[in-house]
Design a protein around this ligand. Structure first.
Ligand SMILES: [Fe+2]
Length: 303
């Protein structure tokens, strides 16, 4: 019997998924799976589990695990495993994608506030940092911005200020920027989905590859049809964006009164959240397990 902490539970769940996909005949047989956070998973393995080079949930190395018992597979094992999988597949998928996400947007080369946010994310042990675009300002601190983001393993989407560097940059553009900038900007996506979370710089109904659409300056949604086009654009439960340099929480029915002060539990079926700008000292942490969004407002006047 193996009793798991959060990390181990992720490793085990990842291994289940890998083995299941590969239809390997080394089958783990779980005898108990419980815990709403997926943190206490008790399993007994038949066979040896080795992580190999499979993915790295939460950005951490998986390491190696060994089963307690090794035994040849028999039909009963296969049946019980299939039964267990059928009844727990949703649980597996959910638990494997549990993450504490650090959310950054509209950096505009503001290194001091960026560093404040990165320090906070490290202190809070976030699993993955996601940037929601607009790294660029005047190309005075862009290289260091990209270096800090790369060092922190940040993934994300591009903004309207970044488009020319991220989406099919021409030779002239490529010649004016150092490799670290070109490489990091090339790693940004038009939009990104992690589990139930959708990330885009502007509202999700706008095309991030179209310069006219991503340069959207008609302001945040303020009418019912503007709410509808956000929630009709993508099926994700939680949608996050930047661009407006303010906090905003919207449900399909209304614009909430929240202004980025105090934690939120995104318990509604669906939400659209605008994250405040790094250049105003604003950023957030979102726990995909508890649906808790923690906004930070750490503007530093001397920055
Ligand atoms: Fe923007």
């Amino acid at each position: 019997m193996v009793r798991c902490d959060a990390d181990s539970s992720r490793k085990i769940l990842t291994e289940f998924m890998r083995i299941f996909k590969r239809e390997t005949l080394v089958v783990p047989r779980p005898v108990c799976a419980a815990g709403p956070r997926g943190l206490r998973l008790a399993v007994r393995f038949h066979g040896t589990i080795a992580t190999g080079s499979h993915g790295k949930p939460a950005g951490r190395s998986l390491g190696k695990m060994k089963a307690q018992h090794s035994a040849p597979i028999d039909r009963q094992d296969l049946v019980s495993f299939s039964f267990w999988l059928r009844h727990n597949l949703v649980f597996i998928a959910t638990a494997a994608s549990i993450m504490k996400l650090g959310l950054l947007t509209d950096i505009h080369e503001d290194l001091k506030h960026l560093q404040i946010a990165l320090n906070r994310f490290e202190q809070q042990q976030v699993d993955q940092i996601v940037v929601l675009g607009d790294l660029v300002c005047m190309n005075e601190e862009l290289e260091q911005t990209c270096r800090l983001l790369k060092q922190a393993g940040v993934i994300g989407v591009w903004g309207n200020h970044d488009l020319g560097l991220c989406h099919q940059p021409d030779e002239d553009v490529r010649g004016r920027y150092p490799p670290i900038v070109l490489d990091f900007m090339a790693s940004l996506k038009p939009r990104l989905q992690i589990g139930d979370c959708h990330f885009s710089h502007v509202e999700p109904w706008l095309n991030p590859m179209d310069p006219l659409e991503i340069n959207y300056y008609e302001g945040p949604p303020d009418e019912p049809h503007k709410l509808a086009r956000i929630f009709n654009a993508v099926p994700a439960r939680w949608m996050f964006a930047g661009h407006y340099h303010r906090w905003l929480l919207v449900t399909p029915e209304r614009i909430e009164s929240w202004s980025g002060i105090g934690r939120l539990r995104l318990h509604q079926d669906r939400c659209f959240v605008v994250i405040g700008a790094i250049c105003d000292g604003r950023f957030a942490i979102f726990d995909t397990d508890s649906a808790e969004l923690t906004p930070y407002n750490e503007f530093c006047p001397t920055a």
